[in-house]
Write a protein that binds this ligand. Structure first.
Ligand code: FES
Length: 272
């Protein structure tokens, strides 16, 4: 574990000009618990989502489609048979259709301000926690390649909006029965509904969203609508970490639910 190794003498936190603190860190609480929980949570999601993304099967159990596979952009997407979405990738695309789509939510989360903090700490011990010295000899932050690319986050945010909109459309389709008649509601309809609500809450709580609606203004008093939007987004933004985890869990659960239905593990309980 990198956090257990001291930084090299004369480098990092031992560089000349830094306060000479002999102890490796002065925290007396269990600072490693959040870091370990983050590590386990992220690894579990990475393992599960990689398996499901490459599987290319069991992602459509009419009328539900897994959020990992939506929007269906390839002709080999199972839901394309129902005429939904766009066949932008023709028959030449033989891999799992999820691989085309997942780049966008993956990029959005990978460059997210919260996840950056989470995985810098969990995987790189940079730093392992607040007020715990990192073991690295140098620190350039996000000023150089490749981490300077984290600045593209706002563009992933722009793409996250249409992706969340398509998932919302999927939720609407989940209220039709497998024959296409409206008025159906199964447990799957609710699972997808809760998931999309959490995805929207996470997306709208994004720091880039907050800047987009309320940034670069001199006077809020002259922009009451933007001020109101900024107030709402700010309230969500204060819960960004919580929403990041809840939406990550819900998207995995929604996919797992569709997978189990498609694999015939059980039938969708239907309310009407
Ligand atoms: Fe987390 Fe934008 S800062 S999604």
């Amino acid at each position: 574990d990198g956090a257990d190794r001291p930084p090299p003498a004369g480098r990092g936190v031992h560089a000349p000009g830094r306060a000479a603190i002999p102890a490796r860190q002065l925290r007396t609480d269990r600072w490693w618990v959040p870091r370990t929980a983050t590590l386990v949570g992220l690894l579990a999601f990475i393992g599960y989502s990689t398996w499901r993304a490459f599987a290319g099967s069991h992602y459509y159990a009419a009328p539900y489609v897994s959020p990992f596979y939506s929007p269906c952009l390839a002709e080999n997407c199972e839901r394309m048979r129902g005429g939904a979405d766009w066949g932008l990738f023709g028959s030449w695309w033989r891999l799992s259709p999820a691989l085309i789509v997942l780049i966008f939510p993956l990029g959005f989360r990978l460059t997210c301000y919260y996840y950056r903090k989470a995985y810098y700490r969990a995987f790189w011990a940079s730093p392992p926690a607040c007020a715990v010295a990192e073991p690295h000899a140098g620190y350039t932050g996000e000023t150089r390649f490749p981490l300077i690319l984290q600045n593209v986050h706002r563009y992933f945010f722009y793409v996250a909006i249409p992706v969340a909109s398509v998932l919302t459309y999927d939720v609407a389709l989940g209220f039709r029965d497998p024959r296409g008649q409206w008025g159906h509601m199964g447990l799957g309809s609710l699972v997808l509904l809760v998931n999309v609500a959490l995805i929207w809450a996470y997306t709208l709580s994004c720091h880039s969203c907050r800047h987009l609606v309320g940034g670069r203004l001199r006077h809020f008093s002259r922009h009451p609508v933007r001020y109101r939007l900024w107030s709402w987004v700010s309230r969500l933004n204060a819960r960004h970490m919580l929403l990041a985890w809840l939406s990550l869990a819900s998207v995995g659960i929604a996919d797992l639910y569709v997978y189990l239905l498609a694999a015939g593990a059980f039938s969708d309980p239907r309310f009407f």
